[in-house]
Design a protein around this ligand. Structure first.
Ligand code: NAI
Ligand code: MG
Length: 508
């Protein structure tokens, strides 16, 4: 059992605006109406800084998913519906407005996110909320630029015949989207932005740990003027509401972000009607520091932030830190010092740099890995403990002397725990970096530009950051090789995954 070190947690009252939002039981959004779950059941949402209940939310299940899918289907199948007759320019303006309204409500959304997820409110204000707005703004611009091609065809068995052939990109239909709790608002934006840009209809299921900002976003989407039934939001459990959505025969595509384990269940559930599937799953990303790195201090800060940002609850966290032997001791001393200097506290406190983990389940998972690593013989340089006896806090943790076959090296911990190991040369470190079932992201730190490119080219990862880490942009596609997923989020690449290509051939 992992030890507990004390932690003083100040009690911070939410603003009256957020209190107001939390006061009434939050409902499900179907066909433009906020309603109770069909069973009447609700579930509690907790403040991870102290375990207190902060809200009751409608607990949708298969019946609510049926209703939501039917509402989305009705809109999608009606050629005269306002959503389908709207010009691309009009649709783009609606999506732009969602981005504007997110920015108008930035403080409230950041506070709600912080209270629900535990992340520092200051971080939500500069990262989660503005990135969410930017995603809608970026996608708004694409609506008028979703084009097909004209294609000169030859048709060898029809000599002399003439054709006019072209392709069109059409929406895929009714989309089910299932999102996680680590960036609740941003994950909703990553999913809803492209769905709206391409003219689909959607049923979104937020994570049961953190449903609040997605529900607030639902109100914003209504305020922006998106017609009823285009965006439906069903809160509920993964095993019931999520599973029903993934298996639904009237859903044309399911997009999922979460664990690789559930990703595989989604693939199985989708096989009934062979709906399209995109997946953004886990990672165990290598962060490689060469001894010729330009600025050691900045590199150490970068390596620390690669793992400790968002409490390590990032699918792309730099959780395997590989450092060229000559500078290994200096780097891990620096990363450990950075870990020890991080101010833990509730997300709402102004000076908090790291909040609690999201739930008691994650607390148990992460401390379980801390114990497993120490029992397997790895050395904990700093951290390795739960902090305090209320809420779900853990100390930022740096571990060395772990062998490549230990669970702490192979499995996604999803907490502020980095495993550091030295290496000797490029061949070795490329092989070790790629020796993973995952392939989401990787980091490289070096002053040698050709070495940086040579290494980047050989890493089997969807994103490679060179002399930086955790850089995201609405224009930059993100997703995984291997078991880190199928398809990409963001950039114009995501639009392909929300459209079908129709080839039209006209005999002249
Ligand atoms: P999860 O994969 O169970 O949950 C993610 C979403 O999937 C939630 O909305 C959940 O309700 C839904 N879900 C769960 N079971 C489902 C099912 N059978 N059918 C359809 N939907 C289902 O992740 P969980 O349990 O919250 O976290 C466990 C681990 O997963 C974490 O420790 C972390 O390693 C990984 N994870 C990875 C994330 C990523 O961004 N890649 C995000 C969240 C978790
Ligand atoms: Mg789960």
């Amino acid at each position: 059992m992992v030890a507990t070190a004390p932690l003083d947690i100040p009690v911070i009252e939410p603003s009256s605006r957020v209190k107001g939002f939390l006061q009434s039981q939050r409902q499900i959004l179907i066909n433009g109406k906020w309603q109770d779950s069909s069973s009447g059941k609700t579930f509690a949402v907790y403040n991870p800084a102290n375990g207190d209940e902060i809200a009751q939310v409608a607990e949708g299940d298969a019946e609510d998913i049926n209703q939501a899918v039917a509402a989305a289907r009705k809109v999608f199948d009606d050629p005269n519906h306002a959503w389908n007759t709207m010009t691309p320019s009009e649709r783009g303006k609606l999506i732009w407005k969602i981005g504007d309204l997110i920015l108008e409500n930035l403080d409230e959304l950041a506070e709600l996110e912080s209270l629900d997820n535990g992340k520092p409110m200051g971080v939500a204000k500069v990262a989660d909320v503005p990135l969410s707005a930017d995603l809608f703004h970026y996608m708004a611009g694409w609506v008028t630029k979703i084009e097909g091609n004209t294609i000169p065809i030859s048709v060898p068995y029809a000599p002399g015949a003439k054709f006019h052939a072209f392709t069109m990109r059409e929406p895929v239909g009714v989309v089910g989207q299932i999102i996680p709790w680590n960036f609740p608002l941003l994950m909703a934006a990553w999913k809803l932005g492209p769905v709206l840009a391409t003219g689909n209809c959607v049923v979104l299921k937020p994570a049961e740990q953190t449903p609040l900002t997605a529900l607030r976003l639902g109100e914003i989407i209504q305020e922006a003027g998106v017609p009823d039934g285009v965006v439906n939001i069903v809160t509920g459990m993964g095993e019931t509401a999520g599973a029903a959505l993934a298996a639904h025969d009237d859903v044309d595509k399911v997009a999922f972000t979460g664990s690789t384990e559930v990703g595989k269940m989604i693939v199985n559930a989708a096989s009934g009607n062979l709906k399209k599937v995109t997946l953004e799953l886990g990672g165990k990303s290598p962060n490689i520091i060469f001894k010729d790195t330009d600025d050691l201090e900045a590199t150490i800060a970068g390596a620390a932030s690669a793992i400790f940002f968002n409490h390590g609850q990032c699918c792309c966290a730099g959780s395997r830190l590989y450092v060229e032997k000559d500078i290994f001791d200096d780097v891990i001393a620096g990363v450990s010092a950075a870990a020890e200097s991080i101010k833990l506290g509730p997300g709402l406190a102004a000076d908090t740099e790291m909040g609690p983990l999201v739930s008691d389940e994650q607390l148990n998972r992460v401390t379980g890995y801390m114990s497993a690593g120490q029992e397997a013989g790895a050395t904990c340089l700093t951290g390795g403990t739960r902090r305090g006896d209320q809420g779900y806090f853990v100390s930022p943790t740096v571990i060395k002397n772990a062998s490549d076959d230990m669970s702490i090296v192979r499995e996604e911990i999803f907490g502020p725990v980095v495993v550091a190991d030295p290496f000797d040369d490029i061949e070795e470190i490329v092989a070790r970096s790629n020796d993973s079932t995952y392939g989401l992201a990787a980091g490289i730190w070096t002053n040698d530009i050709s070495k940086a490119h040579r290494t980047a080219a050989r890493l089997r990862a969807g994103t490679v950051w060179i002399n930086c880490y955790n850089i995201f942009d609405a224009a930059l596609p993100f997703g995984g090789y291997k078991q880190s997923g199928w398809g990409r989020e963001m950039g114009h690449e995501v639009l392909d995954l929300y459209t079908e290509t129709k080839a039209v051939c006209l005999g002249l």
